[in-house]
Design a protein around this ligand. Structure first.
Ligand code: PXP
Length: 238
């Protein structure tokens, strides 16, 4: 099964926002990522718009030729934006308002009703839905009960442990991916994936449909350039 690379362009927006102008041009960068081989573009608009802005998300939609994935905490403004833009996929993430980045998956037991209602609204617009979850087989099974199409496995714990003991690091993720397959949920993954740990993750989880990668990929691009970096990441997924 092929695994798609979706490039998270939030970091490019962060760089642009540092000066208040339009350098680098976020929209052009997204189009270029696709041109260089990315099979999707991910954005994570936060209510304070400190990275990608809501206006960027609206402007991106007609420009993109690949899969558009909007991820974020389903607060009212986020859901309104998603329904207006109608991307291919919306990934629901329980990130706290003041968190630097997403740092946990959903507690679906606690939020099941809210998630089920939210997913129903998105699915009525034919938007594929994915839930950001920890590598926990029980949580994955619960995700299926919400009506979600996919789960995105939160890979920060994998990345943190990979450097010490990769077999141990991947074990829960293999179990979670198997649980997802058993309940017919697709599997995406993201967070702290990089050129060192990506190929092993992909090899151990053959059902992996998509990875969304931002921080490491954009950092690598400082050294290798965006085009070569995307090629390097695509090579890890082959
Ligand atoms: N998936 C989700 C839900 C995220 O919040 C992020 C970070 O914004 C990523 C994937 C990508 O993580 P990274 O920037 O570490 O590649």
């Amino acid at each position: 099964m092929a695994t798609r690379l979706s490039v998270n362009i939030n970091k490019i927006a962060t760089l642009r926002n540092a000066r208040g102008g339009n350098l680098p041009n976020v929209l052009q960068a997204a189009v270029d990522c696709e041109h260089f081989g990315a099979q999707g573009i991910t954005v994570h608009p936060r209510p304070d718009e400190r990275h990608i802005r809501y206006a960027d998300v609206r402007a991106l939609k007609p420009l993109l030729l690949t899969e558009f994935n909007i991820e974020g905490n389903p607060v009212d403004s986020f859901i309104s934006l998603a329904l207006e833009v109608c991307p291919h996929q919306v990934t629901l993430v329980p990130d706290a308002h003041n968190a630097i980045t997403s740092n946990t998956g959903w507690n679906i037991k606690k939020h099941e009703r809210f998630l089920r209602d939210t997913i129903a609204v998105l699915k009525a617009k034919n938007i594929r839905t994915s839930l950001f979850v920890d590598a926990n087989a029980d949580m994955v099974r619960r995700a299926a009960d919400t009506g979600a199409d996919r789960v995105e496995l939160y890979t920060e714990p994998y990345a943190a442990q990979y450097i010490f003991h990769r077999e141990k690091a991947i074990a829960d993720f293999i179990r979670a991916a198997q649980a997802a397959q058993a309940v017919q949920l697709g599997v995406n993954a993201g967070h702290d994936l990089n050129l060192d740990n990506l190929a092993y993750f992909r090899r151990c989880i053959p059902s992996l449909l998509e990875v969304s990668i931002g921080h490491a990929l954009i950092s690598d691009a400082l050294y290798f350039g965006l085009e070569s970096t995307i090629h390097l990441y695509l090579k890890q997924l082959r």
